[in-house]
Design a protein around this ligand. Structure first.
Ligand SMILES: Cc1cc2nc3c(=O)[nH]c(=O)nc-3n(C[C@H](O)[C@H](O)[C@H](O)COP(=O)(O)OP(=O)(O)OC[C@H]3O[C@@H](n4cnc5c(N)ncnc54)[C@H](O)[C@@H]3O)c2cc1C
Length: 470
C-alpha cells in the first residue's frame, strides 16, 4: 500500500503530559470506591442501629440476625457487581472495560458464598422454629409465598452463573453459551427483589432503608438499561450504521469500514473499542469487541478483524450495506493516559489494530514514537504496510520482529544469543525507559512484555495495556 492510499487523521496540535492527569484519575477512582464502601457500611450500620443484634436470645434468633445481615451485604455487593459490567461510560473512563470486568469477576464467588450463607441460615432457622428437618422445610418455605419461591429460583440462577464462570467451565464453553447463561444473572437479581421487600425485615415498613434500596436499584437498573440496551439502539437508529467497505488485510484478517449519518458525532478515540453487532438473522444477538484500527473520522470507523472463531470467520466476507450496531466506545487505552513525550507502542498478532490507530493519531515529533510489531511472518502480518506508511509520514521508528519466540518465556524472536528480553528491548528501543509504553496482544504475551518493563525499573504509570478480557 502506498502512503497516498492511506487517509491519515491529523493529530491534535498538542497534548497535556505529566502525571497530573494520572493523579486526577486516581482521585476520582478513590471517590467512586469510597461511595461503594459507604453503601456497604450503610447497610451494616442500619442493621445494627435497628437492633439487629439486640434480639438475639437463642440459636434461631442468632441465625435470623445472621441471615438478615448476609442478605443486606450480598444484595448491596450484587448491585455493585452488576454496575461493574453495565458498561457505563463514567466507570469505563476511570478504570477501563478490562478492569471493571476483572473486578466484576472477582466479586462473583464471594457474593455467591454470602447468598448461600443467607439461604442456609434462613433455612435452618425456620426448620428449628417449625421443628422440621431442613429438606422438609425447603418445601414449606417454597409453598409459603411466591416471593420465597422466586428467591429459590434466584439462588439457583446465581449458582449456575458462577459455576459457568469459573476457569475450567469457561474454557469449555463457547462465548455465545457463556453469554446466554450470563443473562440468567438478570433473572437472579429480578427474582430476588420481591422477597427482599415483602419478607425482608430490614426493608419492609422502614422508610429510610426502603428509600436507600429503591434508589440503589433505580440507579443500577437505570444505568444498565440505558447504557447497555437502549443507548446502542438509539445510536443505531440515529446513525444508521452500515458496512461501507471491506478489504483483506492479511490472509486471515479483514478491515471493515462502518459508515452512517453524522459520523462526526461519535466520540471514539484511537485505542478504544466498540462491541460490534452484525444485524443479520444469524449474528444479531452476539456482539463482539473490536478495537478501532484507524483513527475515527467524519466518514467512517474501521475495525480489523482476525478470523479466530465462528463469527470472526463470517465477518471476513461481510457484504457492503450490511447493517450493524455499535456499542461503545469503551476503554482507556488512549493517548489521554499518556504522560511522557516519548512513546513506545508494542503489539503482536491481532493486537495490532489499536496500535495502528494510536500510531496514526498521537501527537509526536519525528523520532518520539517507536513501534515494535511482533509478527510470525512479515509477508502476512495484518496492517504492517499501513504501519510502515504511517511511520514514514510521521517519522516514527518502526521495528518489525519476525519469527517464532526465542524460548517459551520470551516475547521476542530468537537471534540474539542469551541476552534477556529486557536488555534486548533497550537495544531495540533505546528510549523505552523514558517513554509511555502501550502494549496490545495476547494476554500471556502481554504479561511477559510487562515483566521486561518492570525489570527495566519502569513505573506502572508508564505502562498501559488493555487486556482482551470477557
Ligand atoms: C477489548 C477487546 C478488543 C478486541 N479487539 C480486537 C480486534 O481489533 N481485532 C480482532 O480480530 N479481535 C479483537 N478482539 C478479540 C475478538 O473480540 C474475538 O476474537 C472475537 O470476539 C471472537 O469471536 P468468534 O465468535 O469468532 O470466536 P469464538 O468462536 O466465540 O471464540 C474464538 C476465540 O475468541 C475468544 N473470544 C470469543 N468471544 C470473545 C469476546 N467477546 N471477547 C474476547 N474474546 C472472545 C474466545 O475466548 C476464543 O478463544 C478484541 C477483544 C477485546 C476484549
Amino acid at each position: 500500500m502506498n502512503t497516498q492510499d492511506i487517509r491519515l487523521a491529523k493529530p491534535a496540535a498538542k497534548i497535556r503530559l505529566g502525571i497530573g492527569k494520572y493523579n486526577r484519575v486516581k482521585r476520582a477512582q478513590d471517590v467512586v470506591e469510597m461511595v461503594g464502601f459507604a453503601t456497604v457500611i450503610f447497610v451494616i450500620a442500619s442493621f445494627l442501629i435497628d437492633g439487629g443484634l439486640a434480639n438475639i436470645t437463642d440459636i434461631p434468633s442468632a441465625l435470623g440476625a445472621f441471615s438478615r445481615l448476609t442478605a443486606l451485604v450480598a444484595t448491596d455487593l450484587l448491585l455493585i457487581q452488576m454496575i461493574l459490567v453495565a458498561r457505563v461510560p463514567w466507570l469505563d473512563r476511570l478504570y477501563g472495560h478490562d478492569r471493571t470486568t476483572i473486578a466484576h469477576k472477582k466479586l462473583g464467588k464471594p457474593v455467591l458464598y454470602i447468598i448461600i450463607a443467607h439461604f442456609l441460615a434462613s433455612l435452618i432457622q425456620y426448620a428449628m422454629q417449625d421443628g422440621k428437618n431442613i429438606f422438609a422445610e425447603i418445601f414449606v418455605m417454597a409453598n409459603l409465598t411466591t416471593d420465597l419461591l422466586l428467591s429459590f429460583v434466584a439462588l439457583a440462577a446465581m449458582i449456575i452463573v458462577v459455576i459457568t464462570s469459573i476457569k475450567i467451565a469457561r474454557a469449555k464453553l463457547s462465548y455465545e453459551a457463556w453469554y446466554l447463561v450470563h443473562l440468567l444473572s438478570y433473572v437472579a437479581v429480578l427474582a430476588a427483589v420481591p422477597h427482599e421487600f415483602s419478607v425482608g425485615q430490614d426493608v419492609a415498613g422502614k422508610p429510610l432503608q426502603s428509600a436507600f434500596w429503591i434508589a440503589l436499584y433505580v440507579f443500577v437498573g437505570g444505568n444498565l438499561v440505558w447504557f447497555r440496551f437502549l443507548q446502542p439502539i438509539v445510536k443505531m437508529l440515529q446513525h444508521r450504521f452500515t458496512v461501507t467497505k471491506i478489504h483483506a488485510s492479511s490472509s486471515d484478517t479483514a478491515s471493515i469500514y462502518i459508515g452512517g449519518k453524522n459520523m462526526h458525532d461519535l466520540t471514539a478515540k484511537a485505542g478504544q473499542f466498540y462491541l460490534l453487532r452484525i444485524m443479520t438473522a444469524k449474528q444479531w444477538w452476539r456482539p463482539h469487541p473490536f478495537s478501532l484500527s484507524a483513527a475515527p473520522n467524519e466518514d467512517y470507523v474501521r475495525f480489523t478483524v482476525g478470523d479466530r472463531g465462528d463469527d470472526t470467520a463470517l465477518m471476513q466476507n461481510l457484504k457492503v450495506g450490511t447493517k450493524v450496531m455499535l456499542e461503545g466506545p469503551y476503554g482507556v487505552f488512549t493517548e489521554d493516559r499518556r504522560t511522557k513525550e516519548k512513546v513506545t507502542l508494542i503489539c503482536a498478532g491481532i493486537g495490532v489494530p489499536p496500535i495502528r490507530a494510536l500510531a496514526e493519531s498521537m501527537v509526536a515529533k519525528p523520532g518520539d514514537i517507536t513501534i515494535i510489531y511482533r509478527t510470525r511472518d512479515n509477508d502476512d502480518a495484518a496492517l504492517l504496510h499501513e504501519l510502515d506508511a504511517i511511520s514514514r509520514v510521521r517519522g516514527h521508528e518502526l521495528r518489525v520482529l519476525e519469527g517464532p519466540r526465542a524460548n517459551p518465556k520470551s516475547w521476542l524472536p530468537s537471534g540474539h544469543g542469551n541476552i534477556p528480553d529486557f536488555q534486548r528491548l533497550r537495544l531495540i528501543a533505546p528510549n523505552v525507559t523514558e517513554s509511555d509504553v502501550f502494549i496490545c496482544g495476547p494476554v500471556a504475551w502481554t504479561r511477559t512484555v510487562e515483566k521486561s518493563l518492570h525489570q527495566l525499573g519502569m513505573s506502572p504509570k508508564q505502562i498501559h495495556a488493555e487486556e482482551f478480557a470477557w
